[in-house]
Design a protein around this ligand. Structure first.
Ligand SMILES: *Cc1c(COP(=O)(O)O)cnc(C)c1O
Length: 408
């Protein structure tokens, strides 16, 4: 008798964004003439940078001719892209990452979800709260947690990110094996300083743990004192894997290209405590289960690093940051406590109410979609996340409507 993976039954039924979509379509059906403004799901809204489009077109033409056609490429990605990343994203910031320590993939969601496959079944996992749900659910699926109880999975260590710690979690009081961190953060928009990150690297070195660092939003950092990569901290290459993506950096959410850094120095251990090679393991996993990102998409990603590409993505992201600054200013005027929206496209607002009730009020009375914080974890209760991914005119209009509803 074939049985299903029993761990899937522990997963919570309503996935956050499907529940939001259901509420939005219900509202639209009841109010067909209302123009709903979406500041909910974290998806970019502007067209791809022209430099990327040009490179993609050229690559598509190459694919039409036998002489320049490309079939299967290297699973880990083409050298031209891995070299461009090593140079522009790391060497330029004084960080040495070799091109062959970079694994090109079709998404940081897949990579941050799949990485747990190379870790032991009984690894003790720490996740922030609130959190990007992928880190949690993939460990539930793998059977690393107990049941869902009182809003949390048993067996996971939750790292609370609240106003008290400026949304940067304190080091755990118990020893953990793997720690997921994401800065600039989704959903809070909070950033981490070099010293705070250094404390985490020291913790990981002391406890022989591994940090899984998600830097999907690094392109929004404008404060030059903030680290873009965990490898800016000395010694992090031995204890950290980093996830990056072109999704938010260059508007590639529908184009699909990302990369994961597994330094050759990165360590894990077997049951006897002997050092094991994580780079080798991830390479084994990646080449077994993945056949590479398409050639035109890798050429488009390479074009992000051209001088024109760099200028274009800066303008693109400056636009989203301009939206974020407007949201911050409006929310501040309304008298709410919030974090984010600087060096980040997300603003995390303490509503002082039930977060789904607050979400419903903004949807029903302002026709604006946000994201209820409770969907990201117990510590998100009472908060909503507003995303700056939209046109400035829409953001302005949304904030006017929100002010009219909340004005006090
Ligand atoms: C959007 C996002 C990603 C990027 O995912 P892709 O699969 O590369 O599109 C990764 N991590 C977080 C926290 C995100 O919000």
């Amino acid at each position: 008798m074939i049985r299903v993976n029993p761990h899937y039954s522990k997963l919570q039924a309503s996935y956050l964004f499907s529940e939001i979509a259901r509420k939005v379509s219900e509202f639209q059906a009841g109010n067909p003439d209302k123009d709903i403004i979406k500041l909910g799901i974290g998806d970019v809204t502007h067209g791809l940078p022209p430099a990327c489009i040009e490179a993609m077109h050229k690559a598509v033409d190459e694919m039409a001719v036998d002489a320049t056609f490309r079939g299967y490429g290297p699973e880990q990605g083409y050298d031209f892209l891995r070299e461009a990343i090593a140079l522009n994203d790391f060497a330029s910031r004084g960080v040495t990452i070799q091109p062959d320590e970079i694994f090109i993939s079709d998404g940081a969601k897949c990579d941050s979800g799949n990485i747990q496959e190379i870790l032991a079944q009984d690894a003790r996992i720490a996740v922030p709260d609130p959190v990007y749900p992928v880190y949690v659910d993939t460990n539930v699926m793998a059977g690393r947690t107990g049941k869902w109880k009182d809003g949390r999975y048993q067996g996971l260590v939750y790292l609370e990110s609240t106003a008290n710690n400026h949304y940067v979690p304190a080091l755990p009081s118990e020893a953990v094996d793997a720690i997921y961190l994401c800065f600039p953060n989704n959903p809070t928009g909070a950033t981490v300083t070099h010293d705070e990150l250094k404390a985490w690297v020291e913790y990981a070195r002391e406890h022989k743990s591994l940090i899984l660092f998600d830097a999907a939003y690094e392109a929004f950092i404008r404060d030059e004192s903030l680290p873009h990569s965990i490898y800016e901290v000395d010694g992090a290459d031995e204890v950290a894997i980093e996830f990056r993506s072109f999704s938010k950096t260059a508007g590639f959410t529908g184009t699909r290209c990302a990369y994961t850094i597994v330094p050759k120095a990165c360590r894990a251990y077997d049951a006897a405590g002997t050092v094991q090679d994580l780079h080798f393991l991830w390479n084994r996993r990646h080449t077994t289960k993945f056949n590479g990102v398409s050639y035109p998409v890798q050429r488009a990603a390479e074009a992000v690093f051209s001088p024109q590409g760099q200028e274009q993505i800066k303008a693109l992201n400056d636009g989203y940051l301009h939206n974020a600054a407007h949201i911050r200013q409006q929310i501040s005027t309304l008298g709410y406590d919030f974090v984010g929206g600087q060096n980040s496209p997300y603003i995390w607002i303490n509503t002082g109410e039930d977060s789904w009730a607050f979400f419903d009020r903004l949807l029903n009375e302002a026709a604006v979609v946000t994201t209820p914080g409770a969907g990201f974890g117990a510590c998100g209760e009472g908060y909503i996340r507003i995303s700056a991914f939209n046109d400035f005119a829409k953001v302005e209009e949304a904030m006017q409507r929100i002010a009219a509803v909340l004005g006090r």
